[in-house]
Ligand binder design. Structure first.
Ligand SMILES: [Zn+2]
Length: 351
């Protein structure tokens, strides 16, 4: 109980300093009152790992996928695309000075995750999580090809990197909460949204949590207009709790567009820019077998890093299997992100 109490006090201090400091949340409007007992109100609330201790990949016995919404009233304030500039060459824009809309009540340091149920049109709603090392994935990512998010079409264009126009795009990235085949966490997103819009933010948050053991409040809201089946974009908010946004603080809107491609957001139908959209029920682009299209072409992979040799491997590489646990670090992200961390590709499995 002593630990629990000190956690509550710490949370109170954190929130007070958020309220009165010139931190990231300074610009937030109308922070509501804070209940110092909030840690006691959470069903199944566990003491969190102390900050500073590095716990890569989370504990082995960490429960994955526990869904507890701490503040059921805490819903996002969705971006209205009509109030923001149309896409003009940048994959995302900052919203309201890059300040997330989290309230003081949401400043908690116990991990949770929440995924809205699909609506009557089969569309995802917002997802929100307080992500700590304890809910980050420890297992390899599996196939998500059986999920057909709203607006899904399996289409290929030569001008799209990786060919596939659409990816099954995780709202909360797999590397953060390990949610894989969760239809409430997968939308139809362009390759451009996935790679240019979202992945760098996801990896930044994952790296920060891995390095600090701290928690990041994280909310992703797909933005649909009217009854359209394809999201116009994705709103992403993140805020590191223990250091009051020093490590992580952003609020962006990423466009679900693909340069050179015209997209009908009502249906997800698409065509090369300047060409007419195909009739409903027919896809433009190249038809591809479903099993091929089932692979998420996003360049986010599971890798095994050898922290000693600074080589990286695919998980099924024999070198990865033989690696001593002391040198092994599992990583999910883009190849570029691995290389940016100073790793070289293994010559055997050529990841
Ligand atoms: Zn290898």
């Amino acid at each position: 109980m002593k630990k629990r109490l000190s956690n509550a006090l710490l949370s109170l201090l954190l929130v007070l300093s958020v309220l009165f400091s010139a931190g990231c949340l300074d610009a937030l409007p109308d922070l509501p009152g804070f209940d110092p007992d909030i840690n006691e109100q959470i069903p199944g609330g566990e003491e969190t790992p102390g900050g500073g201790e590095e716990t890569p990949g989370g504990g082995d016995d960490a429960p994955s996928g526990s869904v507890t919404l701490r503040n059921p009233g805490a819903t996002p304030k969705p971006v209205d695309p009509a109030e923001h500039p149309a896409y003009s060459g940048e994959p995302y824009i900052a919203i309201d000075g890059n300040m997330p809309y989290f309230t003081a009540e949401e400043m908690v340091t116990t991990s949770f995750e929440y995924y809205s149920p699909l609506d009557s049109l089969g569309r995802c709603g917002y997802t929100v999580a307080c992500i700590g090392p304890d809910i980050m994935p420890t297992e390899e990512r599996g196939n998500i090809g059986m999920v057909k998010p709203s607006g899904w079409h399996t289409v290929k264009y030569d001008i799209v990197s990786g060919k596939y126009l659409y990816n099954r795009c995780h709202l909360i990235g797999y590397q953060l909460t390990g949610e894989n085949v969760n239809e409430s966490n997968l939308i139809t997103g362009t390759r451009y949204l996935n790679i240019d819009g979202m992945v760098d933010f996801e990896n930044m948050v994952a790296d920060y949590i891995r390095e600090t053991g701290n928690h990041v409040l994280y909310r992703v809201t797909p933005i649909f207009v009217g009854d359209e089946l394809l999201a116009r974009g994705v709103q992403m908010e993140a805020y590191s709790v223990e250091d009051q946004g020093d490590g992580i603080c952003f609020h962006i809107y990423a466009y679900n567009v693909q340069p050179g491609i015209t997209i009908d957001y009502a249906t997800g139908l698409s065509a090369l820019a300047g060409e007419p959209l195909p009739p409903a029920g027919e896809d433009s682009g190249t038809d591809i077998p479903p099993e091929e299209g089932a692979i998420d072409p996003g360049e986010v992979h599971d890798y095994v890093l050898n922290t000693n040799t600074k080589k990286f491997h695919y998980p099924d590489c024999s070198s990865a299997k033989d690696m001593s646990e002391a040198n092994r670090e599992d990583f999910t992200g883009t190849r570029e992100a691995v290389i940016n961390r100073g790793y070289e590709a293994c010559g055997r499995c050529k990841p």
